[in-house]
Design a protein around this ligand. Sequence first.
Ligand code: ATP
Length: 236
Amino acid sequence: MANVIELDQVSLGWRGRIALRDISGAFEQGSLTAIVGPNGAGKSTLLKGIMGSLAPLRGRIRILGGRNELACLPQAAQLDRQFPISVYDMVALGAWRRVGAWRGFCQAEHERVLQALETVGLADFAQRMVATLSGGQMQRALFARLLLHDAQVLLLDEPFSALDSDTTDDLLALIRHWHEQGRTVVAVLHDLDMVRSAFPQTLLLARQVVAWGDTDSVLGQDNLHQARHLCAGDYL
Ligand SMILES: Nc1ncnc2c1ncn2[C@@H]1O[C@H](COP(=O)(O)OP(=O)(O)OP(=O)(O)O)[C@@H](O)[C@H]1O
């Protein structure tokens, strides 16, 4: 399988300070990978580097087919929920790659939006303003936007945080479906039981790579202990 995302000795950081050091490795086409690690390990920082919103301090990140192939689900806490936009319009924004800023929104795209809302269980919420959604409903709407985006590579930052078990099951089923379709999925997660049961590959970070490969071998006690040790204290 081809490498969709390749990292070559990548260091990423904030204001010149290195948060994530010397990352080398690749995400294969069609792989389903969890990124795990303690708070502050650099998981979100890595996604930002891959998305291109944070330039590497060192090293190179290569995306097969370019960044147009990427779609990202940001951490819920980073979203401005007060933005005055309806659920329908927010989901429709996912189609921008096909529709562009100035072309009309055709009937087929309209039906795609309705279908995506139906898939995530929000068929009755199209005209609601996003500010009125609960946390779980908002997460469903963001998954609907990803359905519209139709990208080959999906980067999800804590997609299940603060969700009830029904919503988690529904959204996990969508991720499985994307995996079956051959898309590449990378998700930052904290629930190691879920990672063990649903994610074949894992990248364990602690300001550097602790382990990267098959989930069962990566999530051994020694690696988890080392990760905790490496993340104690502020970063350099
Ligand atoms: N915008 C920022 N400005 C300065 N430092 C930042 C910024 N964002 C993150 N950091 C720092 O970079 C380090 C890695 O943060 P990051 O958010 O990538 O960790 P994480 O593994 O995603 O953590 P968590 O599990 O808590 O979400 C942390 O020490 C954090 O304080």
